[in-house]
Design a protein around this ligand. Structure first.
Ligand code: FMN
Length: 212
């Protein structure tokens, strides 16, 4: 089968998609059609993985008590993180909204099976962490597929991973990677929210390549 031609207009739209991919923290509360959520998850499984191990494990967190445990976990960790800042930075940190946990209609926890039989260990002997990276690749694919469908995704990592593992009754051998809030964004934007709120900005030096 021949690879499909990707037109110049598609390539330009793809770049627009990359530019519009945002971390979303403000969501509408209406759920996605179930088929759409499934399609996005299916798309994420097209990601590359070390040795074709497909180590990502997606957990749809629908149970109210489990969601509430995750929210409490976030509140504890966020309060702890706030203590690491002083003065003006502390005030700015406190003003940031760092999770859409209250409004997002869908919560997706992503784990990585750290030593899966699938893939037969290929590529992992010197760098076992590549299974985690593979799970992150799937998350990024999910993120882009979501934006293309006008769906927002917010990555929450201000969490105690062991407590998440426990709250979600995750299997042994799974490592917590990310907690994703998913839903329709309230305020789509080209500019990262942390830039809009003056917390941090993109650095042009990160767009300079060195040669050796
Ligand atoms: C590994 C990872 C962890 C992140 N964790 C959080 C988080 O806990 N809370 C949050 O508000 N944003 C989190 N983000 C989102 C980043 O803050 C966001 O990607 C960054 O500010 C750039 O904005 P953009 O994604 O809209 O371009 C995370 C992003 C990544 C890649």
């Amino acid at each position: 089968m021949n690879a499909p031609p990707f037109s110049a207009s598609f390539q330009s739209e793809l770049e627009t998609l990359f530019r519009w991919r945002r971390d979303v923290r403000h969501f509408r509360t209406d759920p996605l059609p179930r088929a759409l959520l499934d399609n996005l998850l299916q798309a994420s499984c097209l990601a590359p993985s070390v040795g074709l191990s497909e180590p990502w494990r997606f957990v749809l967190v629908n149970d109210a008590d489990r969601r509430s445990a995750i929210r409490s976990n976030f509140e504890r960790c966020n309060a702890e993180a706030l203590k690491g800042y002083e003065g003006d930075r502390a005030a700015r940190y406190a003003a940031l909204k760092l999770a859409g946990l209250n409004d997002a209609p869908h919560h997706v926890a992503v784990f990585c099976e750290k030593d899966p039989a699938q893939g037969r260990g290929l590529g992992r002997s010197t760098m076992p962490e590549t299974t985690i990276w593979s799970a992150v690749m799937a998350i990024h694919t999910f993120w882009l597929a979501a934006v293309a469908a006008e769906v927002g995704l917010g990555w929450v990592s201000i969490l105690d991973p062991d407590a998440v593992h426990h709250a979600l009754d995750a299997e042994e051998g799974w490592e917590f990677v990310a907690y994703l809030c998913v839903g329709y964004p309230l305020e789509p934007s080209m500019t990262p929210e942390l830039e809009r709120t003056g917390w941090e900005q993109r650095n042009p030096e990160r767009r300079v390549w060195i040669t050796r």
